[in-house]
Design a protein around this ligand. Structure first.
Ligand code: FAD
Length: 421
């Protein structure tokens, strides 16, 4: 058992960090828990920032992981608005804040998340160029979308990943004109492949979004600090009153790297390299959430997962490891998205090249179906679109790893549960 006089420090107060702190207490840890975050807001969840909160349908208070009083009640020492700028692994200390406060740790969790990739082109310093990661960004974007909607303004979005598409949906709901510029030929290609990516392109086009595929932004032009247009590498110019960069996120690994911790290859998604217990090359330092690259036995590969469920479950898993538990972290990756009246959940991992077939169960035309990515009859991933309460059997199929009859898989009359070995 871990001594009561031990100190566990958590760097990063996102979902992974806050859930790790909670788990330390629910698992009975009575030592010091210190949670340090460079944001001034209490730990919050990011999914509403591009959905309900951005659309004005969810209150600000609803995004927080815990109510503010929860931290003191559970004796969590919370340091907000303070950056950790160094880890000394020999002295087992972290340094944070403007005054360079140093605290000693027995175990350290790095839950520093990710940050939006920046457009590296002329014009990104104009005031109408935006990113979305933080609550303050969402507040600002809400104001921008409101004025664009009111004035028939144009928003150009760079990137047709999940966040780009969710913001496109929100912007259309505000009444803004939207053009999405995307390097690939279909949205979400790296996750869904071409078959299902097209479905999202059609959904957005029906709602009035224009796509410019196979192109990248090369310049944002403006006058007096304001955005006027966005140019692409094929010489086109799109009118724009605002530009949103949604070209992915990079794991925040600078602190870990400076401390000499092993990183994962960029080709594997980057992040800090941890084992199946989320432990780094230093046995007293753990990583969870967007920043962690962990080996996943089910897919026989190293994964870095930038999704809510991985922070929700990975933070607690790291906390249990810090307390000496030996359980491997092997959750089936899961995420969700909402765009217009389409809601979806995706479980598994099946990038293009890993599957040989996509099996559809239900009516893709009506956007009420489940798609399965299958290799040699084995289900690698499943996405339910406007069909609910099927995550357990989908994950059961993925976990079983046993070939299934794909005709039965495609037949909605055959209960999914009956196919799980
Ligand atoms: C707009 C948006 C919408 C999303 N929607 C969905 C969705 O619909 N479904 C889904 O599955 N996932 C979604 N995600 C992804 C999901 O929110 C992330 O996977 C999750 O937030 C990761 O949690 P985390 O705790 O690892 O990192 P973060 O939430 O990034 O938290 C890390 C925290 O650490 C702080 N920090 C970093 N470095 C330091 C330092 N040196 N010192 C102190 N503090 C530091 C950061 O500022 C941040 O506050 C969305 C993300 C965004 C941005």
């Amino acid at each position: 058992m871990v001594d009561a006089d031990q100190t566990f420090v958590i760097v990063g107060g996102g979902l992974a960090g806050a859930k790790a702190a909670e788990t330390l207490r629910t698992e009975g840890f009575t030592g010091r828990v210190i949670l340090i975050c460079d944001e001034r807001d209490h730990p919050y969840e990011r999914p509403p920032l591009s959905k309900g909160y951005l659309l004005g349908k969810a209150e600000r208070d609803s995004v927080f992981v815990h109510e503010p009083a929860w931290y003191a009640r559970h004796d969590i020492e919370l340091h907000l608005g303070q950056t950790v700028d160094a880890i000394d692994r020999t002295a087992k200390t972290v340094r944070f804040g403007e005054d360079g406060t140093v605290v000693r740790y027995d175990k350290l969790l790095i839950a520093t998340g990710a940050e939006p990739r920046r457009l590296d082109i002329p014009g990104t310093d104009l005031v109408g160029v935006h990113h979305l990661r933080r609550l303050a960004h969402a507040e600002r974007l809400k104001g921008v979308l409101t004025s664009l909607g009111r004035d028939n303004g144009h928003l150009v979005i760079a990137g047709a990943g999940w966040i780009g598409l969710e913001i496109a949906a929100a912007a259309r709901q505000y009444g803004a004109e939207v053009t999405v510029v995307h390097r690939g030929r279909t949205p979400l290609h790296s996750v869904l492949g071409p078959e299902l990516g097209q479905l999202f392109a059609e959904l957005h086009m029906e709602h009035g979004v224009r796509f410019h595929f196979g192109a990248t932004l090369t310049e944002i032009t403006g006058q007096d600090g304001m955005v006027l247009a966005a140019r692409t590498d094929d010489g086109e110019e799109h009118p724009a009153h605002a530009v949103l960069a949604a070209i992915g996120a990079a794991p925040r690994v600078a602190l870990a790297e400076a401390a000499g911790l092993e990183l994962a290859d960029r080709a594997d998604g980057g992040g800090v390299r941890v084992d199946e217990r989320l432990r780094t090359s230093d046995p007293d330092i753990y990583v969870a959430g967007d920043a962690a690259s962990f080996p996943h036995a089910l897919f026989d590969t190293r994964l870095r997962v930038e999704h809510w469920a991985n922070a929700l479950n990975g933070g607690p898993a790291a906390a249990r490891s810090m307390l000496g538990r030996e359980d491997a972290y092997d959750r089936v990756p899961y995420f969700f998205s909402d765009q217009y009246d389409l809601g979806m959940e995706y479980s598994g991992w099946a990038p293009p090249g890993s599957y040989d077939e996509v099996v559809i169960r239900g009516d893709a035309g009506k956007r009420e179906f489940i798609a399965f990515w299958v290799r040699e009859g084995r289900v690698l991933a499943g996405m339910n679109v406007n069909v609910w309460d099927v995550t357990d059997p989908i994950q059961g199929l993925i976990r079983s790893g046993v070939p299934v009859d794909t005709e039965a898989l495609a037949d909605p009359r055959v209960p999914l549960e009956s196919l799980v070995a």
